[in-house]
Structures are given as C-alpha cells and as structure tokens.
Ligand binder design. Structure first.
Ligand code: FAD
Length: 425
C-alpha cells in the first residue's frame, strides 16, 4: 500500500521548481500553490500582473492534491441550517455561489485545456438514518420547488438504481455536481499559470512577513527575500505562525482517504452505476466515488485528528472497516493507497475572504474547496484589482476560534462532540 495521494501518484509531474531565484520586487506574491493560489495567480496574470507563487513544499502538496476530487454544489453546512442562520435570500445567494464555482472550474478546464477527467456526474446525498431521509425530503422540496434546481429524491425501495449497498434509507440526487482528477487538475492549473508568465517557487516556505505600508510587504522565505506590492494568503488548513491572525481562525482538521485496487468497470457499475459523487448524512461523514480508472475512493473524517503517517494508517484501517460495511462485496478488495490531509474549518464552516492589515486572504472552505478555492482564486484576482463586490463572502465576520493559540489541542474534544451528535440525531 502507498501512503501517498493516489491523485499525485497518477498525474504527470511538472518541472522541478525548487531552485528558482528569489529576490527583488514583484507586483503580487501568493503564499500557497493549491487551487486558491494557482487560480488567483492565473487570473491575475491574465490581467497582466507579475505574479510569484511561494510554496512551502511542492505544487498540490496541501489539500488540493489530497481531496476526493468532488466539485459539488452544496455549502459546507446544510441549506436548511443556512436559511435559519442567514435568512432565505442570503442563504440562496451563498448556495448559488457554489453553482457559480463549479461553472468557473469547468470554464477554466475548457479555456486552458486541462486534461483532468472533469465530468458533471451529479451528487448523491445518502440518508444514514430514516429521520435523515425526511430531512433530505424537505431539502428537495426547497431546492426543486423554491430554487428550481435539478434535484431528485430516491426512496429506499429504489436505492439500488444509485448504489449497490443496503446501508442507506434513501438519497437525494443533485445533477450539476462534478468529479475530476485532483492531481491532474491542480498540476494542470500550475502549468497553465506558468504559461501565462507566473513564477512558481517550490520548497520556498514564507517564514516572516513584514508590512512596509499599505498592501506592500517584505516576505522572508527559506530561499531568499522578496518585496511585494500585494500579498495573498492562500494557505488553507496549512496556515502557520507567520500568518497568526489567520491561523487562529482556522481549525486544521484531518480528513483521510483510501483507494482500492482497480475493480473493473462491471464491479463499479454495480457499486455506483451513475458515477455520482456520494456522501452520507452523518456529522462525521464518509464520502466516496469511482476514480477514472475504476477504483473506489472512500474517505472520511475517520478520526478528529491531525494528518501524519501514523494517524493516516490508523484512519485507513477505520475507513476500510466502514467501506466493507457499506460495500460487503469489497471485503477482499486490496487497498492500494491511503493518505490524509488537512481541511481548513472555520468557526461557522463558511468561506472567509478579504483584506486584513494589508494582507489579502481566502480561507475556510471547510471541506468544500475543490470548486470554491478555484472560484475564489478568480474572485480574489478581481477583488485585489479593486472590485470589492467580487468577494461573495464580504459580509461574514471571520471569528477567532476561542482558545485557539496555534496547535489545535481541541480536535479530540470537537470529535467527541460530533460523534455524540451522530449517535443522538
Ligand atoms: C482529504 C481531503 C479530502 C477533501 N475532499 C474534498 C472534496 O472532495 N471536495 C471538495 O470540494 N473539497 C475537498 N477537500 C477540501 C479541498 O481540497 C480544499 O478546500 C482546497 O483544496 C483548498 O485549496 P487551497 O489552495 O486553499 O489550499 P491547499 O491546497 O491546502 O494549499 C495550501 C498550500 O499552502 C502551502 N503553505 C502553507 N503555509 C505556507 C508558507 N508559510 N509558505 C509557503 N507555502 C505555504 C501548503 O504547503 C499548501 O500547499 C478535501 C480536503 C482534504 C484534506
């Protein structure tokens, strides 16, 4: 078994960018070569800006190379929860931003000719408990009735038309969500940005940031110092000390994935005949899909823990047990890959973007960033070019997580809380 993301292992490798020259002045510096940073870089370069991206490790090292490759249309919180929090009109605006985000991603793939298996497969939301199906029914009524969206309710009696499992009490299908190859997309985006003149520096962690006035900063990296007219913090769940204001507003929660051996088309036709991006309805949820080469990718917040090799292996064992409970037919299927990554959870599980002390940022995708990080890269390029309305999350206050001073000591307690909620609800 490989403890490396399947996506990065099966995507073409870009050139080595760990020996680039760092120094002098640049118009825009972007911290982090994930989807937010690379998309922002590409869209700023299209406007003619000189852009340098500084990445601690390599392109796609963070969540962008480690996710499920699901570009789905929902918020990180349930839509009915969003309505009670923000009111119908605002909740609708936030929700539709995710539809815009999948469109942005698709357009980028087409315009830049990125070969990444993008397909509008739709999303399958599975009810883990009978009461959850009632919740899906209410959501369907709002989505298809009041919003006019393409959703379809699948009762338990028809569940085998969508999934080869008896674990669920019905499902909601949403048609506009998409799947893609996360490694090919992230690395493809980096190459597209580089073609437009963006310089990407790998193995270049930004260790110190000093404000020179306005939005101008001096960045000290491990490989040299640079001055930038504008800086975008795009570090997601990997945000660390130099960006303390942002760090204490984000909980880096581990999410883990296993990928089976190739199962063949016939087996996959039985598991998920319509190739939907599937997830269940628990707080500590599982998500799964078929990869382009007919493997099952099965992920989840197996444990509320940080990702590291030991943690990943332990989580992999838990995920394998759950996967074979959902799909007993896979009991003897070999697991070829197991890895973990960090999700950037904000207090309210909403995206937060803007400018603070002269630094631009877009963070807090809370597990729904494949489409939104890509979209926010585009929107931040507009925002940083002087269009404040380009930020769809302008009106949300970005609250500090109480008691968060750096290391996320509180994760096991948060995990116990959500486990309890899953038992009682
Ligand atoms: C296991 C897992 C599964 C997921 N599945 C899905 C999914 O199926 N669908 C979905 O929509 N979302 C999913 N997500 C979330 C999604 O992947 C992220 O929201 C998105 O990729 C965030 O992109 P980003 O560019 O903001 O951050 P990242 O891709 O995390 O990039 C941040 C980068 O910043 C770099 N960095 C940090 N500090 C510094 C520094 N000081 N100097 C230089 N570089 C620095 C890091 O090395 C990292 O590469 C998943 C996440 C995980 C972890």
């Amino acid at each position: 078994m490989k403890f490396t993301p399947y996506w990065l292992d099966t995507a073409p490798q870009g050139p080595d960018r760990s020996r680039t020259e760092i120094g002098g002045s640049v118009e825009v510096a972007i911290i982090g070569a994930g989807l937010t940073g690379l998309s922002a870089a590409l869209h700023l370069a299209r406007k003619g800006a000189s852009v340098h991206v500084f990445e601690k490790d390599t392109v796609g090292f963070g969540a962008s190379g480690r996710n499920g490759g699901m570009a789905t249309t929902g918020l990180s919180i349930g839509f009915r929860d969003a309505i009670s929090r923000y009111g119908f009109d605002t909740a609708k605006r936030y929700l539709m931003t995710y539809h815009d985000a999948v469109d942005t991603l698709e357009k980028l793939v087409t315009d830049e000719n990125i070969d990444c298996d993008f397909a509008r497969t739709g999303k399958l939301n599975l009810a883990s408990k009978p009461a959850h199906f009632e919740g899906l029914r209410k959501t369907h009524e709002i989505m298809s009735g009041r919003l006019g969206l393409e959703t379809r309710l699948i009762p338990r009696s028809e569940i085998h038309s969508e999934i080869g499992s008896d674990s669920y009490h019905g499902a909601l299908v949403e048609a506009r969500s998409a799947g893609l190859h996360a490694g090919k997309f992230t690395r493809g985006l980096a190459e597209a940005a580089a073609r437009l003149g963006v310089t990407i520096h790998e193995k270049a962690p930004v260790e110190k940031v000093e404000r020179l006035g306005g939005t101008k900063h001096e960045l000290v990296t491990a490989r040299g110092t640079v001055r930038a007219g504008q800086v975008l913090v795009a570090t997601s769940g990997y945000t660390s000390r130099p960006f303390r204001w942002h760090q204490v507003r984000i909980a880096p929660v581990g999410s883990f994935i296993i990928v089976t051996e190739p199962l063949g088309k016939d087996v996959c036709d039985q598991l998920l005949p319509n190739r939907r991006m599937a997830s269940n309805s628990m707080n500590l949820l599982n998500y799964f899909r078929i990869t382009p080469d007919h493997r099952l990718l099965f992920g989840g917040r197996a444990r509320f823990a940080m990702s590291n090799p030991q943690s990943d292996e332990k989580s992999g064992r838990i995920l394998h047990k759950t996967m074979t409970e959902v799909f007993p037919q896979l009991t003897h299927a070999r697991v070829d890959y197991c890895w973990g990554g960090l999700v950037d959870m904000s207090m309210d599980r909403m995206v937060h973007a803007g400018e603070q002390d002269g630094l631009f940022y877009s963070l807090g995708y809370s597990g729904h960033g494949v489409q939104m990080a890509t979209h926010m890269g585009k929107q931040m390029a507009e925002y940083m070019s002087g269009s404040p309305d380009a930020n769809p999350w302008n009106d949300l206050p970005f609250k500090r997580i109480p008691g968060h001073f750096g290391p996320p000591w509180f994760l096991p307690f948060a995990g116990a809380f959500y486990k309890f909620k899953d038992i009682v609800k």
